[in-house]
Every structure is written in structure tokens, then in C-alpha cells.
Design a protein around this ligand. Structure first.
Ligand SMILES: Nc1ncnc2c1ncn2[C@@H]1O[C@H](COP(=O)(O)OP(=O)(O)O)[C@@H](O)[C@H]1O
Ligand SMILES: CCCC(=O)OP(=O)(O)O
Length: 369
């Protein structure tokens, strides 16, 4: 029997680019990273104001490629800073659109994913979905306790790619994702280290503006008392401090670039500071992996390294040398987010999985008074 063919448009808005793809079932027939001029992006007051510009750019690109959007079965976008929800494929609804427009959990380009998917899909009378947004929250209650009763730990991470890569590795191992324990490390602009316990990410660092290893452009965890002193030194505005933590933290703060390839060239040219800082980033990633292995009580089937930094052989070796005693280290460089979006939509279109309704009956344990 011939399987039904679904054509899906997927949209992944990033801070400097919009990645789009068209898939016939699992097969990619077109993918493009549309790079946006920094001046153009910065000319908009807020993320949401970029909506019309990004939509037109997507539609023009599809038109230039000769892709007839009337043949689409669904549109699927990367989900943004919504209310905390469990992983899965969600149908875009009014409540979700409202939260994305407001930036319920903050501002990140991924907030545009669901909105763009909805606008394009509704004109064609087809469904719009998001899959595994950055706010997927499957934290165990114990992981929410920060140690400071006014602040609760939050789950903000590369859920889409972490879950997609974990599913892929499980398949390679001939098992189901839900049968295995993994530590998945996404190393891109931000770095997140997730403890995946039988299909649930029970602990992970907030990779956006919270904690964890420093990354190409984010500071990660910093000494709290010193940060408080800096905030009240009278030298900086709030926005300046936030920018130094996210965007201008990490490699950017120390070395003036978020490009690890450039850092490797600096090291090759004998730059000792670059060598120390790059090694420190690997060291902090390894420490976070060690912490995740304790979360999983040492029962770790594999450590998976993914994201752009996983292309750096020396960087990967430094991490692996420190953690390979815990479990095998499997490297899947880059990210597969477009494919993951298409597969998430397909699972629902084929009836293999039920679409979830936002915000669902998410019941995290409140630890705040
Ligand atoms: N071949 C490579 N070797 C080392 N680092 C790389 C390589 N390719 C990309 N990177 C680095 O990966 C980082 C970006 O990762 P990526 O996953 O594309 O980020 P994001 O999607 O979060 O913007 C950058 O620091 C980039 O320099
Ligand atoms: C950690 C939330 C998602 C995120 O930071 O994505 P980027 O690294 O692509 O900015």
C-alpha cells in the first residue's frame, strides 16, 4: 500500500537568520538559511515587529524557488518562550499566539516561529504546529529548587535538537528513546546540558540567561555575590549588565568573537589567552556533564555532543577526555532542527502521536511562596 504523502513547510527563526525547509514526508526537498542584515534586524524595536519582514522574506524565497505553497499539508515553526510545557507537537492556538506576541517568558527570535507558521497556514486553511519549544519543562521537582527561595530554576534549552538527536541515537542503538538515559549537550550560541531519563529531560541548565557553562556569547553561571555588587556599583544600566551576560558574554567577552573557528585560528597562531579561555569552556561543559551524570545516578547509556561547536575536533577531545569514564561519547555535530520540526508534524499528521493542546494541564510543583 502506498503511504500518504505530506508536504510540510518548516520555519526556524534565529537571531540573525531564518532557516526554512520543505519536506515531502521525511525527505527534504528544499532547505535554506536566509541571513538577515544585522542593521535590518536591529532597526526593529522588538522581536515581534520583525514579523511582517520575515514573513515576506519567506514567501518571496519560496516563490523564487518555484515552490507552490498551495500544495502544503501543514506548516510547523520552532516554538518560543511560552509557558512551561511538556515536550511534543502542539497545534498553534489563540492562547499560544497571544503568549508568543507578548513574549510570555521573554524575548527570543523563536517567538516568531508559531506566529509565522499560523499566518501562512491559516491563509491556506491547513494546520500549524510547533514542536518541542525552548520552554519544554520536564524537570523533576527536586531540580527546581535553586537554594534561594525567591528564585526557582527554569527549563530553557535547545529542546528541539536535544530530543531529535537523542531519538536518533536511540534508533542507532536499536532501542527506544524512552528506554534509555542520555546526557545530551547542545553547543551552539548557547550551551545546554540535559539529563534525559527515559525520554524526559529531568534536569537541564537554563541556557538563555541563567546558568551552566559559558558559551560563545553567554556568560552562564557567574559568582552571585560579585554579580550583585556589579549591578549596584552605579557603573552600569540594567540593560548593559544583561547584554554582558547574554550576547556579549562568554567567548565574546574574553576574546571579542563568538566564532569558535576564529578562536581556533587564534590558538594556532600562538594566542595563549585564547587557548586558556577555549579550554575553560570545554572544562565547564565537562563539569556540567559530571553534574548530569549524578542526576542520573551514574546510569548513563551515552553522552551525546551536538551543535556547531561539536565540529571542533580539539574541543570535543578536551571534553571527551574528562568525561569518557562516565559513558561512551557520541558526536553528532551541527543541528537537525528543520528535520526535527518536519518529523514532529508528521507524527501527528500520520496519527502516530496525538497533537497536544497548549498550554495543557502542565502541573509543575510550585516552590515559591
Ligand atoms: N567547524 C567548526 N569547528 C569549530 N566550531 C565551529 C565549526 N563550525 C561552527 N562552529 C562554531 O559553532 C558555533 C555556532 O553553533 P550553532 O549550532 O550554529 O549555533 P546557533 O544555532 O546556536 O546559532 C559558533 O561558535 C561557530 O564558530
Ligand atoms: C537555550 C534556549 C535556546 C537558545 O539559546 O538557542 P540559540 O543558542 O540558538 O540562541
Amino acid at each position: 500500500m502506498q503511504t500518504k504523502e505530506f508536504r510540510i513547510l518548516v520555519i526556524n527563526p534565529g537571531s540573525t537568520s531564518t532557516k526554512i525547509g520543505v519536506f515531502d514526508n521525511e525527505r527534504s526537498i528544499f532547505e535554506k538559511t536566509i541571513r538577515h542584515d544585522t542593521d535590518v534586524i536591529q532597526s526593529y524595536k522588538s522581536i515581534i515587529d520583525q514579523y511582517e519582514f520575515r514573513k515576506q522574506t519567506i514567501l518571496e524565497t519560496l516563490d523564487q524557488e518555484g515552490i507552490n505553497i498551495s500544495k502544503l499539508s501543514a506548516v510547523c515553526g520552532r516554538g518560543g518562550l511560552l509557558r512551561p510545557i511538556e515536550g511534543g507537537t502542539y497545534r498553534v492556538n489563540e492562547q499560544m499566539l497571544d503568549d508568543l506576541r507578548k513574549g510570555y517568558g521573554g524575548q527570543h527570535a523563536s517567538n516568531l516561529g508559531g506566529i509565522l507558521a499560523h499566518e501562512i497556514a491559516s491563509a491556506l486553511n491547513i494546520p500549524a504546529f510547533i514542536v518541542d519549544p525552548v520552554v519544554v519543562d520536564e524537570l523533576d521537582p527536586i531540580a527546581r529548587i535553586s537554594g534561594f527561595s525567591l528564585i526557582e530554576r527554569r527549563s530553557i534549552f535547545h529542546a528541539l535538537n536535544q530530543k531529535a538527536v537523542a531519538r536518533r541515537v536511540a534508533k542507532e542503538l536499536g532501542k527506544k528513546y524512552e528506554e534509555l538515559n542520555f546526557i545530551v549537550v547542545h553547543m551552539g550560541g548557547g550551551i545546554t546540558v540535559g539529563a534525559h531519563k527515559q525520554g524526559r529531560v529531568v534536569d537541564v541548565n537554563n541556557g538563555l540567561d541563567g546558568e551552566g557553562p559559558f558559551s560563545p556569547e553567554r556568560a552562564g553561571t557567574v559568582p552571585a555575590g560579585d554579580l550583585v555588587s556589579l549591578c549596584f556599583s552605579g557603573e552600569y544600566y540594567r540593560e548593559e549588565i544583561l547584554k554582558m551576560l547574554v550576547g556579549q558574554g562568554g567567548l565574546v567577552g574574553y576574546l571579542g568573537t563568538n566564532d569558535a573557528v576564529k578562536v581556533e585560528k587564534m590558538i594556532e597562531a600562538g594566542d595563549e589567552k585564547a587557548k586558556l579561555v577555549y579550554s575553560a569552556m570545554a572544562y565547564q561543559v565537562a563539569k556540567e556533564i559530571g553534574a548530569a551524570s549524578a542526576v542520573l545516578a551514574g546510569k548513563v547509556d551515552a553522552i551525546i555532543l551536538t551543535g556547531g561547536l561539536a565540529y571542533g575536533k580539539g574541543f570535543v577531545k578536551e571534553i571527551a577526555d574528562r568525561v569518557k569514564w562516565i559513558a561512551d561519547v557520541i558526536v553528532h555535530p551541527g543541528e537537525n532542527e528543520l528535520q526535527a520540526l518536519a518529523e514532529g508534524a508528521l507524527r501527528v499528521l500520520r496519527g502516530e502521536e496525538k497533537e497536544k493542546v497548549y498550554p495543557g494541564n502542565f502541573s509543575k510543583v510550585e516552590v515559591l511562596q
